[in-house]
Design a protein around this ligand. Sequence first.
Ligand SMILES: Cc1cc2nc3c(=O)[nH]c(=O)nc-3n(C[C@H](O)[C@H](O)[C@H](O)COP(=O)(O)OP(=O)(O)OC[C@H]3O[C@@H](n4cnc5c(N)ncnc54)[C@H](O)[C@@H]3O)c2cc1C
Length: 452
Amino acid sequence: MSDLFSKAKNIYNLLKTVDFNQLEALSKKVDLPKVMNQFSKLDERQLNGLMKMMNGNAKKRELPPINGDFYELSDSLSPEDRALQLKVRNFMETEVKPIVNRYWNRAEFPFELIPKLAELNICGLTYEGYGCANRSFLMEGIIATEMGRIDASIATFFGVQSGLAMGSIYICGSEAQKLKWLPKMQKLELVGSFGLTEPEVGSAAAGGLTTTAKRTGDTWVLNGQKKWIGNATFADVNIIWARDVDDDQVKGFIVEKNNLGFSAKKIEDKMALRIVQNAVITMKDCVVSEENRLQNCNSFKDTAKVLQMTRAGVAWMAVGCARGAYESALKYTRERVQFGKPIASFQLIQNHLVEMLSNLTAMQTLVFQLSKLQDEGKLTDEHASLAKVFCTMRMRDVVSRAREVMGGNGILLEHDVARFVADAEAIYSYEGTKEINSLIVGRAITGFSAFV
Ligand SMILES: Cc1cc2nc3c(=O)[nH]c(=O)nc-3n(C[C@H](O)[C@H](O)[C@H](O)COP(=O)(O)OP(=O)(O)OC[C@H]3O[C@@H](n4cnc5c(N)ncnc54)[C@H](O)[C@@H]3O)c2cc1C
């Protein structure tokens, strides 16, 4: 009896959804009595399914917005900072995103972006004076994330310019050197590079640089090679770190691109950050004036001050890279239909998405606190190293899951995840590998140095 009542109720509900004008039009095309006869044979489950289908067609479900900032950390920014964040986001989405895969494929740098990037007026954001804005490290981090969210190569180009190259002059240069170089670099009229790593010396750079500097009167003669140096194929200003043969200490030099004895050759066939122009620099009796030696760098400890600052920036960039991949993957899974349903509706896919978001949210909350420490002047090497280790490890996990939920399409550049997967590998290794940064943290928490 109750079965009959429920079936009648379902038929009544179904009839309520029927538009009789449409029905009349339909009756001219199909044999309606026959169709109704078929309807009457349906059981309750089939009728329910039919209703669901009809309702589903009637109105499309509104899906939640795609937003990788799940804990709404950006809401804590001042209106001024939020405006700058959105300005950078707009630049990345409208100027960079449409062209980036093409340049990445060809391993070329989009030089036309440099003047547009200059217009954003964000180089050397945290520095005081010399045309720089004296804004917070938090804001600088937000910018690294916004750039990384669209493209890690442009974020790296910017990080080398604004952080490593300008930062070396800001932290280790004399007042005269800062006045001479920083305002032009801030406007991107001059592009910089940072040459520390060598073909035979990577992780061991702190104590093992083989590039030599020999002073004679007011000039220095540099000899040696540097490897992996970003922007160096076209940079106007190259910061070169070399060991002074007289006191065995590391010193920094500003070497201009046309300096006699200086040459840079592009490294070809990279599988990551293909837009970044990395070079092997060769210096053969390269003469540099004392005027171009960074006057406030006396040992590798001063170089490390620059690296501490930029390592924090790399952690932020890793957040951006993970966020970009997560957002692309989420969008894709909502649109891709398999077995008659969006793949985002499958439990195993949702599990991947939630793991990605958990990692991303943990990374974001960590870097916000990191920058708070930095803005309060409390940042230590181990703080920066821990953030670099954690964020780059989690980034690798997020981008790989993003690729996974996209199936085969995940390896195509056009779906905006494959590039992140490849680029993550370089971010994971540069500015100190996981092992080296772990050793820095390990030394700080145990009191024992495990460096060999
Ligand atoms: C795309 C890209 C861009 C870069 N840009 C620049 C740049 O602009 N300027 C610059 O100066 N450098 C740059 N680098 C260099 C980068 O910083 C180095 O690659 C990095 O420091 C690691 O050095 P390495 O590659 O020589 O590896 P290696 O030092 O040879 O290390 C190889 C492996 O051994 C491990 N290892 C080494 N020592 C230890 C130890 N004591 N204990 C345990 N494990 C250890 C490492 O963690 C790593 O896994 C860039 C690198 C890349 C890939």
